[in-house]
Design a protein around this ligand. Structure first.
Ligand code: HEM
Length: 960
């Protein structure tokens, strides 16, 4: 290991328990062993990866007996360290007062270190670009090793592109002038030296080896050995999987009526679902709102014209595949007559190959698809990703810097006076099914939640515009900070900021606010424990926020040693580690004389960052040798339809908020009905309702009934319906996502050897929860089946067994024995079956692994979140708004929730501004995604108890 790295980690993260504060003598000895042996090296080969599994003595030092006992499980070890759960995981502290030396400190620091190892390895082993750059990545170019390459021909704008000449045509392409000022409509020129990166219609990337994609095609011996002839687009039957493994059992079906509730939205309606106590329905809609910004496979809401069948044809009974009879179909509730449009593909011909290091490699996956929106976190769902979507965005003729908001019926709340987005006009470029919805750039799958967030952020946009207009009125001649790159030396006064400029500045501000809400608020509640609270805040603010000395040391090392390196290891691996010191957001937006370009605000030094210098404008980004786009695998782990309830528990803020007045079917708030519902009932009531309601736990047999029976008018099939959750599986198969076990191996996680591995061994034998998991494992076995294994068949090269032998079809079981078809499990089914999770994780560890890599890359690669987070683009006012969550300076939350003093959360600030009537309700809220009336207790409790004042809230009646 590099010396500076070693010293730094010793000095900051893991000064281990040499001071006699271990919990037992055995723990102390384990800590000594760990200190003596130092840190494990980063794997040189894919097959030597860390897998989230530590040595016996490391586990003992960081988590005592419990951590040691659970090491044999496939799941990551850090989840069993001290203090990574609720208060019960914190041992009584004694001895040294140094936080890092205590058991709690060792547990938390150890978890952070494990997570960092995983990020380093993910960056090293999991980047596979589909645009043709992979050869350079593997072989390097012009003496620069692949992971340090920073520009690619594949990221040039093609001839015929409207901006082709402007970026340099045939010569070196570098964006400048108007193209670099703001986020462009189609996302070009975010990276000024790679104009096409992240723009509309670029191919989705992969996070798994190309050879591991499309297992159904049986292209390699490995995939053939792994799955035999057991896989196909409709094999195992996706509708059968949906009905057997996804359907929510209902205790009172006549009160649920497949998600349609009771007439008149009666509060007597009831649809059972398993609920996550620490995450609300607002959070479910938030992530749908995010995915509409990040990725889409559909073009204007549709796929290819050609239709295909979608299953309900076969089922496995007694380990034998049999046809489904009409009677059985009716009993199961599946529909053989359903049809869906086939996916689009960008490239379907076999990929070219090349030879490197004596081995033949594919240049891309067997087929590719395009991301039909921008991959940037640029709020394209609000502002558009091409000319057509932009035509749907309505600006206010009275102030063109604003979104047009119109008044709805006057209600008592002051927020309603800010207005609502207007409805589409017949002349707008829309699909017939979008008629009656609010006019916005991304209108597909419009729900009451989409309507809610689009209206909230449209109001927020307008409030920022108003604030800047007020500043311009108060100090018209003051320097706004904004600059035009064509005249970089000319200050733009507040009075001179044009309407168009202001619209685009507001877009930058809103996008950054959204990214901040997501990183520091949504994610910390999704992954509700201390290591992730620290880790996610580190991505944004830096790991050592408030610890100036450590931060400065990290920053210096990042910049001087790694930022500009042409050596792969330094450029890619350590860079990501050290960036978590100063934080990714704002990296490179200060340049001090001969110091490195990655530095943070220092009042003692002169900042020489210059808009005239492309290396300053672009200098903060790092793509780790692989152009940024989301991988197909990322879409897979965001198929979160389980989070939705069937019925929304409707409340009113100006009456008693503890009373559920209606149960409104989600399906009755879909498309145009969403718009109607939002306008008739108001944003404040909806915020209160979905803020208080818990979302659906991501687990088996917990999908909403309405999505299994969704009417899609565009299909024109005999049924006109589709099972969206069966479609989740079909789409993944169409796009060649590896099945669950290989998916885990590819991502550097340990595979499972039988369905029984899913059962959470931390639960007592015979406990109701464990019995339920065992029952579900039985259903998995019935659906996917078993086979007699052949130990001569090697099934993967991504990993080897602990003794170095290859992994075979028998997965460690005796040759010829009957083994579970665990290799065939669809990845979505697999992660829904992960009953063993780190504390407070709404998602599974497999989903999280995908997330570690891609969530930080989404920040690392974006100039506007790194070196171009500057007044020259955002204005002084904009920088302040994003940094302080508004213009009132830093506003601190009362108390020390979970032991941390913190600012009032960014979404809470947005909601207080855009829906001020919520102030009394929000007074109790710390994180807008935690159910609003829940008592958050002391330290990451997941309990379901009402806070003071909400005791009569009927959501707390009974346990569920
Ligand atoms: C009422 C609510 C919702 C409805 C009606 C709905 C409907 C749909 C439909 C019909 C598709 C399939 C498109 C296709 O491949 O042909 C889809 C895809 C998807 N949905 Fe939902 N959805 C809803 C909520 C959500 C939520 C809350 C999430 C959470 C993240 C989500 C995430 C996704 C993702 C990731 C895809 C795949 C998109 C792609 O392939 O690019 N959806 N949804």
């Amino acid at each position: 290991m590099d010396n500076p790295m070693h010293r730094l980690l010793i000095g900051t993260l893991l000064v281990l328990g040499l001071a006699g504060c271990a919990t037992t003598q055995a723990d102390l000895e384990a800590c000594l062993t760990l200190a003596e042996r130092g840190f494990r090296p980063i794997a040189e080969e894919r097959s030597q990866r860390f897998l989230g599994k530590v040595q016996d003595f490391t586990a003992r030092c960081r988590g005592g007996d419990k951590a040691v006992a659970l090491r044999s499980q496939p799941w990551v070890d850090w989840a069993n360290y001290w203090a990574t759960g609720d208060a019960s995981t914190k041992p009584a502290e004694s001895g040294s007062k140094d936080r890092h030396l205590s058991p709690t400190g060792r547990g938390i620091d150890g978890a952070l270190l494990d997570l960092e190892y995983q990020r380093i390895e993910l960056i090293k082993f999991n980047l596979f670009d589909n645009t043709g750059t992979y050869k350079d990545y593997l072989q390097g170019r012009d003496g620069v090793s692949g992971p340090a390459v920073k520009t690619w021909d594949e990221m040039r704008l093609p001839k015929g592109h409207p901006a082709y000449d402007a970026v340099g045509g045939d010569g070196t392409q570098v964006c400048h002038g108007d193209l670099i000022r703001f986020r462009t409509l189609t996302g070009i020129c975010n990276d000024i030296k790679n104009p096409a990166m992240g723009s509309t219609n670029q191919p989705f990337a992969r996070n798994v080896e190309f050879e591991a994609t499309f297992p159904d095609l049986g292209k390699t011996d490995l995939t053939w050995n792994r799955h035999g002839d057991r896989l196909g687009l409709l094999k195992p039957d996706p509708q059968l999987i949906s009905r057997k493994l996804f359907t929510r059992p209902q205790s009172q079906p006549d009160k649920c009526r497949e998600g349609h509730g009771l007439p008149g939205d009666s509060p007597e309606a009831s649809c059972d679902y398993r609920k996550a106590p620490f995450f609300n329905v607002l959070a479910a809609f938030w992530i749908q709102f995010m995915t509409h910004d990040w990725f889409s496979h559909l073009v204007e809401g549709h796929n290819q014209a050609e239709m295909m069948t979608v299953g309900c044809a076969t089922q496995r009974v007694g380990n034998i595949e049999k046809p489904v009879t009409p009677d059985e179909a009716a009993k199961l509730g599946c529909r053989p007559e359903d049809r869906i449009d086939k996916s689009y593909f960008a490239q379907e011909a076999g990929p070219p190959t090349f030879t490197a290091n004596g081995k033949e490699h594919l240049t891309r996956s067997y087929k590719t698809t395009n991301n039909t929106v921008t991959a940037w976190w640029d709020a394209s769902q609000l502002y558009g990703h091409d000319e057509t979507s932009r035509r749907r965005v309505k600006r206010d003729p009275a102030d063109p810097a604003k979104f047009l908001l119109v008044s709805a019926d006057p209600r008592p709340g002051s927020g309603d006076r800010m207005g609502y987005l207007p409805v589409f006009e017949p002349s707008d470029p829309i699909n017939p099914q979008w008629a009656g919805q609010e006019a916005t750039a991304f209108p597909d799958n419009w729900t009451v939640g989409m309507s809610f967030f689009h209206n909230v952020f449209a109001r927020e946009h307008n409030l920022f515009v108003e604030a800047l207009r007020q500043r311009a009125a108060a100090t018209p001649d003051a320097d706004s900070g904004l600059r035009n790159p064509l005249r970089p030396d000319e200050a733009i006064r507040y009075r001179d900021v044009s309407d168009d400029e202001l619209f685009e500045v507001a877009r930058l501000v809103v996008s950054a606010e959204i990214a901040k809400v997501h990183t520091t608020e949504w994610t910390t509640q999704l992954l509700y424990d201390e290591p992730l609270y620290l880790g996610m805040n580190a991505n944004w603010h830096g790991l050592f926020r408030g610890h100036d000395l450590v931060e400065a040391a990290l920053e210096k090392i990042t910049v001087n040693n790694f930022g500009k390196s042409t050596d792969a290891k330094k450029a890619a691996q350590w860079y990501s580690v050290f960036a978590s010191g100063p934080g990714i957001f704002g990296l490179g937006n200060r340049v001090y004389a001969d110091d490195a370009i990655f530095a943070k605000y220092d009042p003692k030094k002169t900042d020489v960052w210059s808009l005239k210098n492309p290396d300053h404008v672009n200098g903060g980004v790092n793509h780790f040798g692989s152009p940024f786009n989301f991988p197909e695998e990322f879409v897979t782990v965001y198929r979160l339809h389980t989070m939705l309830p069937d019925l929304l528990e409707y409340r009113e803020w100006d009456k008693n908020p503890n009373v559920v007045r209606n149960k409104i079917p989600v399906v009755d708030t879909f498309r145009g009905k969403a718009t109607q519902a939002i306008r008739e009932r108001g944003l404040a009531n909806w915020a209160l309702s979905i803020g208080r309601q818990r979302l659906g736990l991501l687990t088996l047999q917990n999908h909403p009934a309405f999505l299994q029976n969704l009417t899609l008018p565009r299909l024109q099939s005999a049924t006109g319906k589709i099972d969206v959750v069966a479609l989740d599986l079909i789409r993944d198969r169409e796009r060649g996502v590896p099945r669950f076990n290989e998916f885990r191996r590819q991502y550097g996680l340990r595979h499972l050897t039988s369905f029984d591995d899913f059962v959470d061994r931390r639960l007592p034998q015979g406990s109701p929860e464990r019995l339920e998991q065992e029952r579900l494992v039985g259903v998995l076995r019935e659906v996917y089946g078993q086979h007699r294994c052949d130990a001569s068949k090697i099934i993967t090269v991504a990993q080897v067994n602990a003794d170095g032998t290859p992994i075979t079809d028998c997965l460690g079981h005796p040759d010829g024995s009957l083994v579970d078809n665990i290799e065939d499990v669809d990845t979505v089914v697999g992660w829904l079956s992960e009953f063993t999770r780190p504390h407070g994780f709404a998602i599974s560890e497999t989903q999280f692994q995908v997330f570690i890599l891609n969530a930080s890359r989404r920040l690392f690669s974006d100039r506007f979140f790194t070196s171009s987070f500057r007044p020259e683009f955002y204005t002084h006012l904009g920088v302040q708004w994003v940094t302080d969550n508004g213009l009132d300076g830093k506003v601190m939350e009362k108390g020390r929730p979970n032991g941390h003093q913190g600012e009032v959360s960014p979404l809470k600030r947005v909601l207080l501004r855009t829906i001020p009537e919520l102030a009394p309700e929000l007074a109790h809220v710390i994180n807008a995604f935690d159910p609003w009336a829940r008592d958050r207790g002391e330290y990451y409790t997941l309990g379901w108890k009402p806070r003071a004042g909400a005791e009569s809230d009927e959501a707390f009646a009974g346990s569920q």
